[in-house]
Design a binder for this molecule. Structure first.
Ligand code: ADP
Length: 485
């Protein structure tokens, strides 16, 4: 019989999404099915999730899950088996998964996701009749307490299954004051640095990293980077101490969702052999963003507008970008100050810079399908998906050399150009000078027609499907089951 895995994630594409975690949680079940692993996704019952789930069967009840009444609903999203935690006191609210409509984090996030983790540990421990799992795979800080509950507060009649935690972004740790500890329902012994304690508070991600049987992160380079003070965000010591348990497994992309030959969002579908068809998509972007028609490259951005993504630096390079003949269509949302800076750049350069603030899945596809180059000057990037979509769509990535960006883009240096393997442009530092230079290199290469086309074709030929990464996760699961005996 195949292995059964409970994947515990606070978002999943198709249900609720704020970033790359959703893409990965959404794609894992199919990637692992191909490896003979059956994944069930466990997700909080936000209103959007319950609406998509429709009529679902309640298969378990909690009278007091951290004090809350809750039900477990079973359903499906396409082929994927879903379990949904319906706990209205925690999740029935308007806004995002983690914050209210104005973007302010919910005050009780610790309780919302502690309850979610407790429920996950119960399910994995065998609390629900007819549903058993061999292993639990927790994602990010929102599921960080799952290994802690499993190991330190198992069900009386339950069993302990191996656990894996995946770090999608070390910057988000779910760090809370010590006052919440007594309310978590963990035994007093959990309050140590070998348990959930972290710098005098409770660290959700830290707890997961401490207690899971394996830690994975989403690219080999990031797995190395988080051993350093610069990227470890205070947890580098723990990463080093458990380094024989740390694995870097690159994210894949969902090629059913992201395929330029069949993408329903595009005005024109195309393949690497029919790149000319992209022009129609470019014209559509120009129209949608109020940009001039022009022979120079059309840069795009699809991003959270934050410091991590280097968007504050990009904003300082826009006059240069326009000055050398570039145009920019930007889709994103995030820090108010950065949003304002892009809006004023658009006002300064009508016809050259167009900005749409907000979140728009369809538009994110259209931009990749018609843009010439996607700018991703991240200060750190655990994996990054938008460069992978860019590669698949012939929208050449211009990226910083960090994390997954370093692992997936081959810089158009003279050697790589001569060997015809280059797929994009990399910069070493995220500074005004380095980014301005990278943009200049892109404009120059674009002007050399065939060389640019080569970059596009190389990128489109690269394989970033889930095959290899799905196999790597499956191998890790098997290893942990063998260790358990
Ligand atoms: P992160 O998870 O750090 O935000 P990733 O590159 O891993 O970065 O994933 C971002 C995902 O969110 C991609 O699927 C990207 O297309 C999508 N995305 C980001 N911003 C927007 C937006 N404003 N509108 C639509 N999709 C967006």
């Amino acid at each position: 019989m195949g292995m059964k895995v409970l994947s515990v994630a606070s978002e999943a594409a198709g249900l609720v999404k704020t970033g790359g975690l959703a893409d990965v949680a959404g794609a894992l079940p199919a990637a692992l099915a191909a490896q003979g692993v059956e994944v069930t996704t466990f997700i909080p019952g936000y209103p959007a999730v319950l609406a998509k789930l429709g009529k679902a069967k309640a298969i378990h009840k909690w009278d007091a899950l951290l004090g809350e009444k809750a039900r477990l609903l079973a359903g499906k999203l396409g082929e994927t088996k879903l379990l949904v935690l319906d706990a209205p006191g925690l999740f029935a609210r308007e806004g995002g998964p983690y914050s209210d409509a104005s973007g302010r984090d919910w005050d009780d996030n610790w309780r919302r996701f502690a309850a979610f983790a407790r429920a996950a540990a119960d399910i994995a421990g065998g609390a629900v009749k007819g549903r058993s799992f061999d292993l639990v795979h927790a994602h990010d800080w929102q599921a960080g307490l799952v290994p802690a509950y499993l190991k330190l507060a198992p069900l009386a009649d339950g069993h302990i299954v191996p656990s894996v935690i995946t770090i999608h972004n070390m910057a988000f740790q779910g760090y809370y004051s010590a006052d919440i500890f007594p309310k978590l329902g963990l035994p007093p012994e959990a309050w140590t640095v070998d348990g959930v304690e972290s710098y005098g508070g409770v660290g959700f991600l830290k707890a997961g990293m401490q207690l899971a049987d394996a830690i994975t992160t989403v690219s080999p380079t990031y797995a190395g980077e988080i051993r350093s003070v610069e990227f470890g965000m205070g947890l580098e010591g723990l990463v080093l101490a458990r380094s024989n348990r740390v694995h870097g497994i690159l994210n894949g992309i969902d090629t059913a969702e992201w395929n330029p030959a069949s993408d329903p969002h595009l005005a024109a579908n195309y393949t690497a052999g029919k790149l000319a068809a992209r022009t129609k998509n470019k014209r559509a972007i120009e129209q949608e963003f109020g940009l001039d028609r022009d022979d120079g490259p059309l840069f795009i951005v699809v991003s959270r507008l934050t410091w991590q993504k280097g968007m504050d630096v990009l904003e300082t390079v826009l006059d240069h970008l326009v000055g050398i003949g570039g145009r920019l269509a930007l889709l994103g949302s995030g820090d108010a100050e950065i949003e304002g800076a892009f809006l004023s750049a658009a006002a300064r350069h009508p016809g050259r810079i167009g900005v749409k603030l907000g979140y728009d899945e369809g538009l994110s596809h259209r931009l990749q399908g018609g843009g010439d180059a996607i700018l991703i000057p991240s200060r750190f990037e655990p994996c990054g998906l938008t460069q992978l979509y860019g590669l698949a769509y012939g929208c050449v990535p211009v990226v910083s050399r960090t994390g997954g960006l370093a692992d997936t883009v081959i810089d158009a240096n003279p050697a790589a150009l001569a060997a015809e393997v280059a797929t994009g442009i990399q910069m070493n530092a995220v500074s005004h000078g380095a980014l301005a230079m990278a943009v200049s290199r892109a404009v120059d290469l674009y002007a050399q027609g065939p060389a640019w086309k080569r970059l596009q074709k190389n990128g489109m030929a690269a394989d970033f499907s889930w095959g290899a990464s799905g196999a790597a996760y499956a191998a890790l699961y098997r290893q942990l089951l063998e260790e358990q005996g």
